[in-house]
Ligand binder design. Structure first.
Ligand code: ATP
Ligand code: MG
Length: 364
């Protein structure tokens, strides 16, 4: 087992992704970019929420397993360093499932069901009234994903802020109920006041909600409107070409608040060039959508190129085996932290009957 130097002295970060498909540019600008940046300063835990993938795809375990491995390839390609940061497989951290149960008791049922992110997901993923009992449970489970690691920061996209708010409520409530922390305590003072969990804060990326190439919905793995981090330049070009603006000609004054310009701002690194494009577009100064799309596609492919180079080290079955080892090592480290949190939580709840230890074996 490799333990990063002085890992436990650095403040912690927890965040993650559900293995429902490969990662896309929305993940990059919303969260991944922050993760790569912050891994030097923080002790980072990146969670593969594979149990949550079962809430909408329980009949497709093979796909979930595949996506779990692919997401780690995306992470490493994007610049996550497994020597520094910890990759966590949710289903092999039992403390998370146990904490989920206890946290479910601290949240009123209607509070969970009113969660706006859940409501939007039910709509956009067309889950109707047929979603499983487990589906809304994932929002409670996510509180446990986070609090098991007692992090200070949770780097996420905008859609996750409602979930983090619920997690903050659970964190406060636990310490109030089981550790007699005064409900009037200020958030930053919870641990000082005897609470178990720091009240974690959402850290939203520089673009909290990147629109998909449909120009309407949030870019999402499940909605068929995503540019994936693994997309080669021709696929990027084709997808960027689809972004709808409704503009008719290069001399028509354009709306720089449209979907295409969100991409200009997000991916063209040269601020002066962005300002120039905006100015000419707004005035209809003979600049066509096609030209701008070509520039955007080029900038995106330049961003993705080094990721593709790093990804090449993890091709094929040998690559899969390396990835599984990264997950195994990370999960072993993660269990040490999560078990400690669970033990402290159980002690606080009068459940500290005896100690237990967990071990993580090599894969068979
Ligand atoms: P799904 O469609 O399965 O919900 P997703 O594409 O929404 O997938 P998640 O795994 O739910 O991806 O999200 C992982 C992280 O990426 C979260 O922090 C989320 O807020 C962020 N994120 C996802 N899509 C976007 C986006 N379009 N813009 C900004 N951040 C995003
Ligand atoms: Mg999502």
């Amino acid at each position: 087992m490799t333990t990063p130097p002085a890992a436990t002295q650095r403040p912690r970060i927890l965040t993650g992704d559900t293995p429902t498909g490969a990662l896309h540019l929305g993940h990059w600008v919303g969260s991944l970019e922050n993760r790569v940046r912050l891994q030097k300063k923080y002790d980072c835990y990146f969670l593969l929420a594979n149990m949550h993938a079962f809430t909408t795809r329980s009949e497709k375990p093979g796909e979930i397993r595949r996506d779990t491995i692919e997401i780690v390839k995306d992470w490493l390609a994007a610049g996550i360093d497994p020597e520094r940061s910890t990759v966590v497989l949710q289903t092999e951290v039992p403390a998370i499932a146990e904490l989920s149960w206890f946290f479910a008791m601290l949240l009123p049922f209607n509070r969970v069901m009113r969660n706006p992110t859940l409501k939007t997901e039910i709509e956009t993923k067309d889950l109707g009234d047929k979603y499983s009992f487990g589906f809304p449970m994932y929002a409670v489970g996510q509180c446990a994903d986070i609090l098991a690691f007692r992090p200070l920061l949770v780097p996420v996209g905008e859609d996750q802020v409602a979930h983090i708010e619920m997690c903050r409520e659970v964190a406060r409530r636990f310490s109030q109920v089981y550790l007699n922390v005064n409900p009037k305590t200020e958030d930053p003072d919870y641990v000082k006041a005897g609470g178990l969990f720091p009240i974690p804060e959402a850290l939203v990326g520089r673009i909290g909600r990147l629109v998909g190439v449909d120009g309407k919905n949030k870019m999402s793995k499940s909605l068929g409107n995503a540019i994936f981090l693994s997309d080669p330049p021709d696929a990027v070009k084709k997808k960027v070409g689809k972004i709808f603006t409704g503009r008719q000609s290069a001399t028509e004054p354009g709306d720089v608040g449209n979907a295409l310009f969100q991409y200009v701002e997000a991916f063209i690194p040269d601020a002066a060039r962005v300002a120039e494009l905006k100015d000419r577009y707004a005035r209809g100064d003979n600049i066509g959508d096609g030209h701008i799309k070509a520039e955007v596609a080029e900038a995106i492919s330049a961003l993705l190129r080094p990721m593709h180079d790093r990804r090449a080290a993890y091709e094929g079955e040998a690559g899969d085996r390396k990835i599984i080892e990264v997950i195994r090592e990370g999960t072993e480290r993660a269990n040490a932290v999560a078990e400690q949190t669970l033990r402290l939580a159980k002690d606080a709840m009068g459940l500290g009957f005896w100690r237990r230890t967990l071990s993580v074996d090599r894969p068979h």
